[in-house]
Design a protein around this ligand. Structure first.
Ligand SMILES: Cc1cc2nc3c(=O)[nH]c(=O)nc-3n(C[C@H](O)[C@H](O)[C@H](O)COP(=O)(O)OP(=O)(O)OC[C@H]3O[C@@H](n4cnc5c(N)ncnc54)[C@H](O)[C@@H]3O)c2cc1C
Length: 386
């Protein structure tokens, strides 16, 4: 493994590496081929307490900072695995932690920490709204002590492998003057909802991601499942997005390091023209460049995590970290594939699978253009284009 200088949480990283050694490339290839959820891997992560590190100790978790969760996800990805099957459990609970009532925290967080309840799904995106969240049309109409939900969501990952889901829905119609108001966050018990009007339809994609489409047909949700104030859902969701972006950026760093490890190892062993590939500077330099890019992006991820942990604003840094890390991991993926020549295309090397997987992060959970647009208008004071 190529040295990554000054790594935080060395003991946690070592335990994650040990766990991941039990889930080698063959495990991930088999799941990928059949588009199967990596249940055994997620159960092992849960058993070892890795998914509850961010839950406060008083609620049964480890109460560790965000950078510890980032180290866990980075190591999973560096080992060749994919944490996307479970990463949402780490950050979606933050919505309940920061905006839920005491009763909600008591009811859900200890059970999530114990692994008795899975909160793996977060439903925001809709076919008709795309990136413009203010245009979601899934509606939650208040009727006495319940909401009645109708509408459709798309790209909702892990809904089939979760007990609970956070849902962003309109509780009042869109007002042009305040387009981001009038949305609310509801906690949906998926085990009940699928019996009463919720249809979950899997979408087969270029990666094994357990993502789905959801159809709500008069689904009833108890009013007590409203998280935070009614109408303030957009702000609540935004608040949860910073840790999500930082953690996904950490996964990209792990991917980048995986590609660098593999490329350096292959360049040191593959013989062509009577010498190892790595003797050629035209082979060395792209690996060195990827190392520089991933290391620089890792610094930004660490900075964004530190700002989040200090409780200050970190939205811009979280977005910059995600942009830099997703571009660095993609550049490293391309480099690694090139250095493997034809072997990069062989399933058994895991390069082609990781290449497909790391591409997602320039699109989800927020696409590169939207980050650039934020920097342009919020940091550089350029005029808004939408
Ligand atoms: C595998 C997968 C898993 C996902 N999981 C979830 C999930 O669990 N929950 C959830 O809610 N969502 C999820 N998503 C949705 C994801 O967050 C969105 O796909 C993403 O935010 C982009 O939205 P969109 O696909 O609607 O793209 P669109 O909004 O249709 O945009 C298409 C492209 O145009 C660009 N673009 C749009 N508007 C502009 C503009 N004004 N200027 C410049 N460029 C622009 C975008 O950057 C993008 O590249 C997932 C998506 C995928 C593919």
């Amino acid at each position: 493994m190529v040295e990554a200088r000054g790594e935080s949480f060395p003991e946690i990283r070592e335990s994650v590496r040990k766990l991941c050694a039990g889930f080698p490339g063959a495990y991930w290839r088999a799941r990928d081929r059949e588009r199967e959820y990596p249940t055994e891997f997620v159960q092992a992560l849960t058993r070892e307490g890795f998914l509850s590190v961010l839950i406060p100790e008083k609620c049964g978790g480890a109460g560790l900072p965000l950078s510890a969760a980032a180290a866990i996800l980075e190591e999973i990805h560096r080992s060749g695995g994919n944490a996307a099957a479970a990463h949402a459990q780490m950050y979606t609970m933050g919505t309940i932690l920061r905006h839920g009532s005491d009763a909600q925290k008591q009811k859900y967080l200890p059970a999530i920490a114990k692994g008795e309840l899975r909160l793996q799904a977060f439903a925001v995106t809709e076919p008709g709204s795309g990136t413009d969240t203010s245009r979601i049309s899934t509606a939650a109409r208040c009727d006495g002590d319940r909401y009645i939900v109708n509408g459709q969501k798309i790209w909702i990952s892990r809904a089939e492998h979760s007990d609970l889901m956070l849902l962003l829905a309109r509780t009042s119609p869109r007002d042009e003057a305040k387009p981001t108001e009038g949305m609310s966050v509801l906690l949906v018990d998926l085990r009940e909802a699928v019996k009463r009007g919720l249809t979950i339809r899997p979408i087969r994609t270029m990666i094994n991601h357990a993502t789905t489409e959801l159809f709500f047909d008069n689904v009833e949700i108890p009013r007590e499942n409203l998280i935070g104030a009614e109408g303030q859902g957009f702000r609540i969701v935004l608040d949860s997005m910073n840790p999500e972006r930082i953690l996904i950026a950490a996964e990209c760093i792990g991917d980048g390091r995986f590609f660098i490890d593999r490329a350096a190892a292959y360049a040191n062993e593959r013989q062509v023209f009577g010498r190892v590939l790595g003797e050629n500077q035209a082979v060395q330099f792209p690996i060195a460049r990827a190392y520089v890019q991933v290391s620089a992006a890792a610094e930004m991820v660490a900075k964004a995590a530190a700002l989040f942990e200090a409780g200050g604003p970190c939205g811009t840094e979280a977005k910059m970290a995600k942009l830099l890390a997703s571009e660095a991991s993609w550049a490293a993926a391309d480099m690694c594939l090139q250095i493997h020549g034809g072997m990069g295309f062989a399933e058994e090397f895991d390069i082609e699978r990781k290449f497909r997987e790391t591409r997602l992060y320039q699109i989800a959970p927020i696409s590169t253009n939207l980050i650039l647009s934020h920097i342009a208008t919020h940091v550089l004071n350029l005029p808004k284009s939408f």
